[in-house]
Design a protein around this ligand. Structure first.
Ligand SMILES: Nc1nc2c(c(=O)[nH]1)N[C@H]1C(S)=C(S)[C@@H](COP(=O)(O)OP(=O)(O)OC[C@H]3O[C@@H](n4cnc5c(=O)[nH]c(N)nc54)[C@H](O)[C@@H]3O)O[C@H]1N2
Ligand SMILES: Nc1nc2c(c(=O)[nH]1)N[C@H]1C(S)=C(S)[C@@H](COP(=O)(O)OP(=O)(O)OC[C@H]3O[C@@H](n4cnc5c(=O)[nH]c(N)nc54)[C@H](O)[C@@H]3O)O[C@H]1N2
Ligand code: SF4
Ligand SMILES: [Mo]
Length: 764
């Protein structure tokens, strides 16, 4: 293991021994791993952050980002007050700090006429990744969307995991019914397009993912990593299959083909709970290992052996992430993963892929549900189907540029940086510049928010309570953990900002009381709670039960969810059950045990069964068959990568994370370097159908020949950006190369990997 990995385990944060001070525990909100942090505060400042050894889930694990909550809190570039832009973003005098009331008034003054003149669809919203990591984003984004009343809803989900939502929706009946690999009990993990040694895991919440992988090997299990690059995860696993980017769906269906062909299919616990098994043989028939081998670059014998080993393993889990989702066959690959889990008897079985039961949700009631569908409406310009009430962010620029009824004229961004994170970013950057109004809820003036007319900055994460609604539902153990705010906020909390925007959008004016929205939200959950426990508390009694001095409105809503949830105290009916008060008394979290089988009651399909061959997916297989015969000679394909010390686009302003060697480099295989005349340390021009950039070359056989790799989230040198540290080494924006026209048709997810490029030396 290299130095960086060791640092990942090390238990220290900001350094020196801390004498005195008070100690606080909280969950890190920065990535999906949800590590417990121990924060020492002295003289009103963070003195040290390290891993909380007593955290029931993370047991002291921390990565280098966890301790930088201190630096983020103290970052002088973090906005403390709203700013209004009155001129060109690049002109420093154009940016004026205003007070909150003025900022809201400015939003009202400019937003309301746009709605009145051009209708509600003229205002779009983009929600970024951090919204999934805190209560305000998770609870208050929906009311905002509802008040806006627009169909132009976009989010980072369509540059990320939307294919998983679609396959889960079609197979299990709900977009959030995502099976999670049971890392701690599996004997065989087949992992495609994920690099948890850098990312710390995704759609699989497992603090100390590296340690959990090592434990698989230590107990005699196997890990096979499928990735075009020999990542740290591949190195740890010891078994690495290099795959041609964009061909995981082909591989997965070839594995299924072998299972069918060699009669290795065993549904195990699912035997009485599936529908559509009879369609599987015909769907996978074209994907013989021999035909798929030249496409994927993985030998036919290897594919056969892998399928046999998967079938033979006592407990196996197949897991795919970013590399399998952000490609044009994303939904097929996502289906392929769970199809394999099902066909090998590993779906819903310990050590296989299982459904978590988080504390804030109730158990399913059983019986068939209403099923899942997409395309209830379509986007205006490209007619992309709505998926989970969103359109692909890849088409946001189209909707801004194309004149006509319904054209987007204003955009609200909340915790997102689409100028660095979405495809054909150069075009989107221009599109944002052409809007009549941009409002951003964001702590930084960055590549996206420099286009804002008003920036409304939320206070630092250390000023809010923390409970992970999203990631407890994707977790390898059922765990509940709540952390109180550590410091007083230096401005209104984020739920209040979002409530204010909701009220403005609803026409109630900039002076309306945000408590109106708090009350609506609480009333909604209280009403449901009251109905669910027939004969129990009235709505008002539920509301009174979760009230408390100084309690944030988000925490009241959470308390209702917890108390009526699967482990809840049902407001006293189950005295040893969970409530916010119980979590408050347990600062290291509460472990609710390993995942339990949940089929069939978890299913929400119309049939009440696991749908193994849902029609929209079955129909899309023809596209994959056609791709088998595509001529690929001479292709050079671009893929992305993540580094442990970064977090998408927004943590490059933390000096301790960006020091050291340049990380925004183009990885090129030595054979390609020789062929293209590229030397290590030289610069190369990379060109795609939509854009080009110049990046420093790092020659390495880490990547396979015919593949180049560039991380995303860089390119901080745009005029008007106020990130002093990030600006020192801006890097380049890889998404100027990704093509907004190439997406996964079923989910609308952008293809951010497997981008055809031309690479040539820069001649100086
Ligand atoms: N080429 C390529 N592109 C990719 C990817 C890839 O692998 N390759 N990955 C994709 C993935 S998985 C994702 S999730 C997206 C991310 O895409 P985005 O969500 O658009 O981008 P982030 O970089 O996460 O930007 C987060 C923004 O939120 C702000 N922020 C941070 N904390 C808070 C907070 O508490 N409240 C608010 N309101 N704002 C906050 C930051 O300042 C920043 O502006 O990028 C995608 N883009
Ligand atoms: N340090 C850090 N941690 C993060 C983030 C971060 O930016 N930095 N971002 C967070 C977010 S928002 C997310 S969604 C998660 C993502 O978590 P992961 O999915 O683990 O993300 P990556 O590290 O990008 O790993 C993707 C891998 O896919 C490979 N790949 C690319 N194309 C293909 C392909 O066609 N097939 C296959 N099989 N592999 C391919 C890449 O080489 C790379 O190794 O990480 C989260 N955690
Ligand atoms: S792994 Fe993720 S949750 Fe854990 S400390 Fe690092 S950033 Fe925070
Ligand atoms: Mo993501």
């Amino acid at each position: 293991m290299g130095v960086e990995d060791q640092q990942q385990r090390r238990d220290t944060g900001s350094g020196d021994a801390v004498a005195g001070g008070s100690v606080h525990y909280r969950t890190c909100p920065l990535c999906e791993a949800t590590c417990g942090l121990e924060v020492t505060v002295r003289d009103g400042r963070v003195a040290r952050i390290r891993g909380d050894r007593d955290d029931v889930f993370s047991h002291g694990f921390i990565c280098p980002k966890g301790s930088t909550l201190k630096q983020l809190h103290e970052d002088p570039d973090r906005l403390r007050r709203p700013v209004v832009r009155r001129g060109d973003p690049a002109d420093p005098t154009a940016w004026e700090e205003v007070d909150w009331q003025e900022a809201y008034a400015e939003v009202e003054r400019r937003l309301v006429p746009i709605i009145e003149q051009h209708g509600r669809d003229a205002v779009a919203i983009y929600l970024g990744n951090p919204n999934a990591h805190h209560l305000a984003g998770a609870l208050y984004a929906r009311p905002l969307i509802r008040s806006l009343g627009t169909r132009n809803v976009f989010s980072a989900s369509t540059v990320d995991q939307m294919p998983k939502h679609v396959s889960a929706g079609l197979m299990f009946g709900g977009p959030l019914l995502i099976p999670v690999p049971d890392l701690d009990r599996t004997d065989f993990l087949l992992m495609l397009g994920a690099n948890p040694l850098e990312s710390n895991g995704s759609l699989c919440t497992a603090p100390d993912f590296p340690g959990r992988l090592e434990a698989i090997l230590a107990r005699g299990g196997r890990i096979v990593v499928v990735d075009p690059r020999r990542t740290k995860t591949a190195a740890l696993a010891g078994e690495h299959l290099r795959i041609r980017p964009g061909t995981d769906a082909h591989l997965l269906l070839a594995l299924a083909h072998v299972l069918v062909d060699e009669e290795l299919v065993t549904l195990g616990p699912l035997a009485d709970h599936t529908e559509g098994l009879e369609r599987v043989p015909e769907l996978v028939a074209p994907f013989t290992p021999e035909r798929v081998a030249p496409v994927t670059g993985i030998a036919a014998t290897t594919i056969r052996d892998l399928a046999r080993d998967l079938a033979a393993a006592p407990r196996a889990a197949v897991y795919g992430r970013i590399g399998t989702h952000t490609v044009s066959f994303g939904t097929l690959a996502s289906w392929g993963v769970d199809l394999l889990n099902a066909l090998t008897g590993n779906l819903d079985r310990p050590g296989g892929a299982m459904f978590p039961l988080p504390a804030h949700t109730a158990t399913g009631t059983g019986g068939p549900g209403r099923g899942y569908s997409t395309g209830r409406w379509a986007s205006r310009v490209r007619e992309y189907p709505e998926v989970n009430s969103e359109f692909p962010v890849a088409t946001l620029a189209d909707e801004i540029f194309e004149p006509g009824e319904g054209q987007i004229r204003a955009l609200i961004t909340v915790g997102g940086n689409p100028v660095l994170s979405t495809p054909d970013a150069g075009r989107l950057d221009k599109a944002l510049g052409a809007l009549e109004l941009v409002v951003s809820v964001d702590p930084y003036r960055n590549e996206t928010t420099r286009h804002a007319d008003v920036i409304l900055p939320p206070p630092s994460p250390l000023t809010r309570s923390q409970y992970d609604l999203a990631f407890t539902a994707l977790s390898v153990r059922n765990v509940a953990n709540w952390s109180p705010p550590l410091f007083e906020p230096d401005g209104p909390p984020e739920h209040e900002i979002l409530a204010k925007l909701s009220l403005i959008a609803a026409g109630q004016g900039a002076d309306a009381d945000p408590a109106i929205v708090d009350e609506l939200l609480l009333h909604g959950v209280a009403e449901r709670a009251s109905e669910e426990q027939r004969g129990g508390l009235s709505v008002d009694e539920v509301k009174a039960a979760v009230d408390g001095p100084g309690r944030a409105p988000t925490d009241k809503v959470l308390d209702v969810m917890l108390r009526t949830g699967a482990y809840g105290d049902r407001f006293g009916a189950r005295p040893d059950g969970l409530s916010l008060a119980v979590l408050q008394a347990n600062p290291h979290g509460i472990d609710l045990g390993p995942l339990e089988p949940r089929v069939p009651e978890v299913l929400r399909t119309r049939s009440g069964k696991v749908e193994l061959a849902p029609a929209p997916i079955a129909d899309d297989v023809a596209r994959l068959v056609a791709d088998l015969d595509r001529d690929r000679t001479g292709e050079v394909l671009l893929v992305g990568r993540r580094h442990l010390r970064s977090n998408n686009s927004w943590m490059h302003n933390v000096r301790v994370l960006v020091k050291g060697r340049e990380r925004c480099t183009l990885l090129v295989h030595p054979d390609d370097a020789a062929r293209l005349g590229l030397a290590d340390g030289a610069t190369a021009t990379v060109r795609s159908r939509v854009g080009s950039l110049v990046a420093p070359v790092e020659v390495s056989d880490e990547v396979m020949a015919g593949v180049v790799s560039l991380p995303h989230g860089w390119g901080h040198d745009l005029p008007g950006v106020e990130l002093s540290v990030a600006g020192e080494r801006p890097g380049v924006n890889s998404n100027v190369l990704t093509d907004a026209d190439v997406l996964d048709p079923l989910s609308g997810n952008a293809a951010l990997n497997a981008i055809p490029v031309e690479v040539s030396p820069v001649v100086s």
